[in-house]
Design a binder for this molecule. Structure first.
Ligand SMILES: Nc1ncnc2c1ncn2[C@@H]1O[C@H](COP(=O)(O)OP(=O)(O)OP(=O)(O)O)[C@@H](O)[C@H]1O
Length: 658
């Protein structure tokens, strides 16, 4: 396969929409797997197909299909990975009663909710399978079922008994459910997969309601549900037609099949999108080369279409910066600023100057350090490790106990001018929105006194706000004292408690939730006030910082990918191994030997995803444990030309004036 192609046209994929419409309207219809690489315009293709299949855009066979769907009260179902993607597709599609778009969780719950006896049976069956697996594995070992294993087995038996006693199961796709009968997200997917495999009625209901199901990001779709649906779509003409859209090069979660293309039945159609409409030529050639790279430890096949850039996008700038990972975190951040400065000089793009380029780091802590909100992030992670960081699903609310700091306080802050002046009109609006005006005393004297109390609290808040040295604890004190909002009692109690925080546990030492949260509160109240706003922005996805994993589906003009294995501290990903600064471990070699997924496979895909987010310029910053070895390997790889690679100098870093 050649990597650098001369392009005849931007329209080489123009026939794919019609090709897919043909498969869906054949008699019997034919399932398909659409290979759609990064920036290939999957969503546009999907929406255009749906428009034709539902009679919005004139299409002879599509019009007939729409008529049949309408006659039998059926619709086409589209399953996407995030709620954001649901909104994008619905937005582009407009009002269309013949198409239902949802996440897989919402889809599964829609199918099974209310069938409480079936859900119960599924959950018990799944627990019994788990029980048998643990028992079987334990019996195969010389020590047999040890007391610890027996405890695990007893726990499962108790869980089965608890499930038996539940009459009604509850679930909400957009949030955690609590209380008796509450199902976790994975329970719903597992139960649906089990029921589709074991309950013919559910299969009939599904086919009858949704004869066509199209699944976006199928490479990351939970394999249990995907397998059940793929089984239902066989043989052709069974009543269910599937359309899978995906890019196995962009698989970053472990839920999906490790090599989906190889599992696609041979009688399915496999159309391909060959264009990359997003990125400049240099970025497209880089991702093409990355994907076909022959690397030691790679088990993942290099199958997939080579992409073509648009004829007018013949530019693009890529630089790889390599520095020593032994530098302190602070120096790494300064080093990355130096890299951004080099990008500014070489690309002439003002974004690199103004810090408007998108920084992608491997892990939330690294992002928090680069975004100067590490104290607040660390504190939030202690309050609720599962809710402190954006998840990529678009629903990031932060720890529920800190809701006041993330919502009401942010609104209050907007009522304060730069000089600490309070905009009373805005303030009244905020108080009204939170129902605080309704509970004002009716009596005129009491009311005046209450207003004075609130204003006093707000004024003190305003003064503290404009002082960047204020801590979060100091900022909220007057707001709490004046009881301006209704606040979670846990926050109130924590703020009133002036005791010192418990000491952090040592490695391997257990810590109670109470102690962990107390440490979180103390750290939060002691954190510098300006960090809170930065943290809120990050949580809401409005920051120029993100982790590698949450950028699925996004694109940015200028991207810096920070590759720092040591600070990230994980073991599943290692950029240094890909770039040659670190040797493969024995486990990597063993896994590669038996064809099991390796660190190299996972890291390569993540690198593919991050690089393919860039439209114009891309800076890769590698913090390596052996810069000399890495630089030599990089030279051999052929991914970059010599003048695209820079060694990051030792600190102090000097930048050039713009
Ligand atoms: N046919 C087209 N002509 C011109 N631009 C297009 C076309 N299709 C898509 N684009 C543009 O290319 C960019 C990438 O499209 P899109 O985000 O839909 O790709 P994608 O396939 O979802 O990519 P990824 O899987 O990498 O997230 C967008 O800016 C989009 O507007």
């Amino acid at each position: 396969m050649s990597t650098d192609l001369i392009l005849p046209s931007n329209d080489r994929d123009a026939g794919v929409v019609e090709e897919i419409c043909g498969y869906l309207t054949e008699d019997p219809p034919r399932s398909y797997f659409l290979f759609a690489g990064a920036g290939s315009g999957k969503t546009r293709t999907l929406v255009e197909v749906l428009r034709r299949m539902t009679g919005v855009v004139e299409h002879e066979k599509g019009g007939q299909l729409a008529l049949r769907l309408r006659m039998y009260g059926r619709s086409i179902r589209v399953i996407t990975y995030t709620k954001n993607a649901v909104a994008v597709i619905n937005g582009r599609l407009g009002d269309n009663s013949l198409v239902g778009v949802s996440t897989i969780h919402a889809f599964c719950w829609e199918l099974i909710s209310g069938f409480n006896d079936d859900i119960r049976a599924a959950l018990i069956a799944l627990k019994e399978i788990q029980f048998e697996k643990i028992r079987f594995e334990a019996l195969a070992k010389p020590r047999g079922i040890t007391p610890v294993k027996q405890r695990d087995l007893d726990e499962i038996t108790a869980e089965i008994e608890a499930i038996r006693s539940i009459a009604v199961f509850i679930y909400h796709p957009d949030r955690e459910s609590h209380g008796p009968g509450a199902l976790a997200h994975h329970n719903v997917l597992d139960a649906t997969a089990w029921l589709l495999n074991n309950r013919p009625t559910l299969r009939t209901i599904l086919k009858d309601r949704y004869p066509i199901v199209l699944i976006d990001e199928s490479q990351d779709t939970m394999k249990g549900v995907l397998d059940a649906l793929m089984g239902l779509a066989e043989p052709r003409g069974s009543g269910l037609t599937l359309g899978l859209l995906g890019d196995h090069r962009q698989r970053i979660y472990t839920d999906g099949h490790s090599d989906l293309p190889s599992r696609v039945p041979s009688n399915w159609a496999t159309p391909e999108l060959q264009m990359n409409h997003r990125s400049q030529q240099r970025i497209v050639t880089l991702i093409n080369r990355i994907w076909v790279a022959k690397l030691e430890g790679r088990t993942q096949p290099a199958n997939g279409v080579e992409q073509h850039w648009r004829t007018e996008k013949t530019g693009g700038l890529v630089r790889l910066f390599v520095g020593s990972t032994s530098l302190s975190s602070e120096n790494k951040v300064l080093g990355e600023r130096w890299c951004a400065d080099q990008m500014r000089v070489e690309s002439g793009s003002a974004a690199w100057n103004d810090g408007e380029h998108q920084v992608l780091a491997l892990e939330h802590k690294l992002v928090a350090m680069r975004g100067s909100f590490l104290d607040v992030y660390g504190a939030m992670a202690l309050l609720d490790p599962n809710a402190a960081a954006p998840s990529g699903s678009g629903e990031n609310k932060g720890p529920a106990v800190a809701k006041f700091l993330l919502n009401e306080l942010a609104e209050l802050e907007l009522c304060v001018g730069r000089d600490g002046y309070i905009d009373e009109f805005k303030l009244t609006e905020v108080l009204r929105r939170h129902g605080r005006l309704e509970i004002m005393p009716g009596d005129a004297v009491a009311r005046a006194s209450r207003v004075a109390e609130i204003l006093q609290g707000i004024r003190e808040f305003g003064v503290a706000c404009v002082n960047p040295a204020s801590t979060i604890g100091e900022i909220i004190a007057p707001v709490l004292t004046a009881k301006i909002f209704e606040i979670d009692h846990r926050l109130l109690e924590a703020h009133a408690d002036k005791s010192a925080p418990p000491t952090a546990p040592t490695r391997g030492q257990e810590e109670s939730k109470l102690d962990r949260m107390r440490r979180g509160w103390c750290a939060l109240f002691a954190s510098p006030w300006p960090q809170l706003q930065k943290y809120r922005n990050y949580l809401a996805g409005n920051s120029v910082l993100a982790t590698h994993q949450v950028v699925k589906g996004s694109e940015y003009p200028d991207v810096m990918v920070v590759m720092d294995d040591v600070s990230a501290g994980g073991f599943l990903i290692s950029y240094d191994k890909i770039f040659g600064g670190k040797d493969l471990s024995d486990t990597d070699k063993d896994n590669a030997g038996i064809g099991k997924e390796t660190t190299i496979d996972r890291t390569l895909r993540l690198l593919y995803v991050t690089c393919s987010r860039a439209r114009e310029t891309l800076a890769l910053v590698l913090w390596s444990s052996d810069t000399t070895a890495a630089l030599a390997r990089i030279q051999d790889s052929g991914w970059f030309s010599l003048d695209e690679v820079r060694e990051i100098p030792d600190p102090p870093f000097t930048t050039q004036t713009p």
